[in-house]
Design a protein around this ligand. Structure first.
Ligand code: HEM
Length: 661
């Protein structure tokens, strides 16, 4: 434990940090420092201190006006009074010169915020932003947080406060009670060149950009238009000059140390092109649903829109690995089969086993992740190095000029702005592989044993409601305006209902009797999406309009065997799915009637895939502090008491937030 550290007093149920085993930290400090050095060397966007800009292009010198750093949510420290320092006397004071010694290389990084000093040694390994945090080591995090606006959330500051160890010595505070700033403690904004985003996207955080389409736009098209495809960025968007994009380099490193370099132009011209229609989905999709129904989760509060579907075009990763010369015991690339040694040769014994290897994928900005090698080699897996999305060059936000696309897997493995591939005997060492995207038990807290479980790879089944229309007239208008997806077939007629699920027969009977006494029922139309990972096809979508007591089936709109992604425009031919695999989502539509005796009805959706997996009923049992894989039945409440019916629930407005209780 480093000097000056006081007892951790974080609340027991806080999703924030807990003190961790120190021996584990040493290992990760080593990894972290190495990565920082690499980053520093390779990073084109400067984080070096460049003097303080006031947001109007004016540069200020040291001490010119240190109070101008806008920390967003940092409360101003109390000015030291004439009688001296009146801050909590139980905490030690540190000179800024001593804080500076706790830099990235020290092994016990400290930071300041306002006039407070924090020892973040134990947090570095748990930081969702990874090693980048060490850039602030020995300095103030305030200018970084002013840029990385993802930190402007109360839970982030709560985490920081658990690492408080003391205050900046009064001798280093200016007359406003703020630390005197050393030469040029302001930073260049690495997000300054980020692209402009479509205004229809709901922006969760601007820097890095995380944004999702609103429910009505989400599932209107089978393939999500590029400008509405959800954006999940971990850092800034790398700048690649269009004129030089063909020369973009991809390095491929093999287990025997051989390195091969490809330009984008070479990939495009030398390898056969392949297209696959595939969903990408963030493991945090519907996290806000879990938060609202169970409790606090630590991460971006996505609605139903951290998922989209597109036609990806590129070259197969397995072809590139074969060309680069990858050899493993049980894999010989098809194209090289004639050259393959017959039987077991001595040479074979020295080859690494396919199952023991991983393909590490690294992006240009800092992000990295990996997939098991057998996934990359699976001819039915269709893992792509993609350069086009829905017939267009990749948009900058989606990885221009080259990204990996791993169909059926969590999108965190489909690394954008791809610059390096390494086939290795270990997983990527990144935060996003070893920590961030794992699923722990409801009781395992915010600082679990990270190595206990594997990284999330194949995605589980999920579904969501994206549109609800109440009343005959409203439904008709929505159809005319194209807001409600039309279907040529309908499995249900208005007002029909299936036999009750007999879970609570008496309650159902009483509701049913009451509703039958009414002369009218309220027509309702509902639409949404369903998706399962690993290429498992959605075979059924169940809908309930009475909170899960009785069920009916929705019409599946996107059949797997359709040949065109746009039936109207047959020139836009795209392969939707092949064989037993289905990597796309299925949109669905339901028409039924709300029970007539109540002003509110709960509409519920759950889906089933080809392996007969279905979704858990509630989030309680799958709750995890990070809020990953929030896949419980999706429920929305429809209130028909007003002139225009209102809908509340994840993805819709007016949802009650349990965390505020
Ligand atoms: C002790 C100080 C810090 C704390 C407590 C902290 C905490 C956090 C938390 C809780 C998140 C996740 C937020 C969410 O998903 O809602 C986050 C994300 C992030 N942080 Fe920090 N942070 C700190 C310092 C920094 C610094 C100095 C930088 C940059 C130099 C930074 C860069 C990032 C980035 C890029 C992300 C987004 C990562 C992703 O989306 O995968 N953080 N941080």
């Amino acid at each position: 434990m480093s000097e000056g550290k006081r007892q951790n007093n974080s609340p027991k149920d806080s999703p924030g940090p807990r003190r961790k085993d120190h021996s584990r930290l040493t290992l990760y400090a080593g990894v972290s420092l190495f990565s920082v050095l690499l980053l520093t060397l390779s990073q084109p966007l400067s984080f070096v201190h460049v003097g303080h800009h006031d947001g109007h292009g004016n540069k200020h010198d040291d001490n010119d006006n240190p109070t101008k750093i806008n920390t967003g949510d940092t409360p101003p420290p109390p000015p030291p009074s004439a009688s001296g320092d009146q801050r909590d006397p139980s905490l030690p004071r540190f000179r800024l010169a001593d804080v500076r010694k706790h830099d990235a290389k020290s092994g016990s990084p400290w930071v300041t915020s306002g006039d407070k000093v924090y020892d973040i040694t134990d947090w570095v390994a748990a930081h969702p932003g990874g090693d980048v945090i060490l850039r602030a080591a020995g300095h103030s995090i305030d200018p970084y947080w002013a840029i990385f606006t993802i930190h402007k959330a109360p839970h982030v500051r709560e985490i920081l406060e658990t690492y408080l160890i003391g205050f900046v010595d009064i001798a280093d505070l200016d007359t406003h009670g703020k630390p005197k700033i050393a030469a040029g403690e302001a930073l260049e904004d690495p997000f300054a060149s980020d692209p402009t985003r479509d205004e229809r996207l709901i922006v969760l955080t601007q820097k890095p950009c995380n944004a999702e389409p609103a429910p009505p736009q989400l599932a209107r098209d089978f393939t999500t238009p590029n400008e509405l495809f959800y954006v999940r960025n971990h850092m800034w968007v790398p700048v690649v000059d269009r004129a030089e994009a063909d020369q973009h380099k991809l390095t491929v490193e093999l287990p025997d140390g051989d390195v091969r370099e490809y330009t984008l132009d070479e990939l495009r011209t030398r390898f056969r092109h392949h297209r696959v229609t595939a969903v990408l989905q963030c493991s945090g999709n519907r996290r806000s649903d879990m938060t609202k129904s169970v409790g606090k989760t630590n991460g971006l509060q996505w609605g139903t829109g951290a998922i989209s579907n597109a036609v990806w075009e590129g070259v197969l990763l397995r072809d590139v690995l074969a060309d680069a010369g990858l050899k493993t015991t049980d894999w010989q690339p098809l194209r090289a089969i004639e050259d393959a040694p017959q039987g077991n040769s001595d040479e074979d014994d020295d080859l690494p086993e396919t199952d023991s290897l991983h393909v590490q994928l690294t992006g240009m900005e800092a992000y990295a992740a990996s997939i098991p090698l057998p996934v990359a080699l699976d001819p039915r897996g269709e893992v792509l190095l993609a350069f086009a999305m829905n017939g267009q060059p990749l948009p900058r936000d989606h990885g221009y000029p080259l990204r990996a696309v791993v169909p059926g897997f969590v999108a965190a493995r489909s690394v954008k702005w791809l610059s390096k591939i390494a086939v290795s005997d270990e997983e990527s060492t990144s935060q996003w592989q070893r920590r961030d995207y794992k699923l722990f038990g409801p009781n395992e807290g915010g600082a679990p044993n990270w190595d206990k479980y594997p990284a999330i790879q194949e995605m589980p089944i999920t579904s969501a409601i994206t549109g609800v229309w109440v009343g005959q007239k409203v439904i008709k208008q929505a159809l005319q305006k194209g807001h409600l997806i039309s279907s040529s077939t309908s499995s249900t007629t208005m007002g029909s209902r299936a036999e009750p699920g007999v879970r609570d027969l008496q309650a159902w009977q009483s509701d049913w009797n009451k509703s039958n006494q009414k002369t009218t029922t309220t027509p309702v139309a509902v639409t949404g999406y369903a998706y399962s990972g690993g290429g498992r096809e959605i075979v059924r979508v169940d809908i309930s309009v009475d909170g899960g007591r009785t069920w009916d089936q929705a019409v599946l709109l996107d059949q797997k065997d359709r040949e065109y992604d746009d039936e109207e425009n047959k020139s836009k031919k795209n392969i939707v799915a092949r064989g037993r695999r289905d990597f796309a989502w299925k949109r669905w539509r339901y028409e039924g009637a709300l029970l007539g005796d109540s002003s509110t009805s709960e509409i519920v959706v759950k889906a089933t895939d080809s392996a007969y997996n279905t979704q858990p009923e509630r989030h309680d049992g799958i709750y995890n502090v990070r809020g990953n894989l929030a896949t419980a039945w999706h429920r929305v409440t429809v209130d028909t008491s007003r002139k225009t019916a209102t809908v509340s629930g994840c993805g819709f407005d007016n949802t009650e937030d349990k965390t505020k209780k």
